[in-house]
Design a protein around this ligand. Structure first.
Ligand SMILES: [Zn+2]
Length: 73
């Protein structure tokens, strides 16, 4: 069963927002990234009407594919 937005029925286009943490070291004018976490999905919205959706609505296979594509967990 494909996922559809509960508000407008859109089943094709979604906004996935991720959060990623970076630890940076600043030494004078030199900046290094010391540590990076993999991004975490924190919000999924319908791209048509921006209704909030849950990543859990997608079936396991599609959800895995989304996370893989985004390099997220
Ligand atoms: Zn919608």
């Amino acid at each position: 069963m494909p996922v559809a937005c509960p508000a407008c029925g859109n089943a094709k286009s979604f906004q996935v927002k991720t959060l990623q943490m970076h630890v940076i070291h600043v030494d004078g004018t030199r900046v290094d990234v010391a540590e990076e976490n993999r991004p975490v999905v924190f919000e999924v919205l319908c791209d048509e009407c921006e209704a909030a959706m849950a990543i859990d609505l997608f079936d396991d296979e599609v959800r895995r594919e989304i996370l893989l594509m985004l390099g997220a967990r």
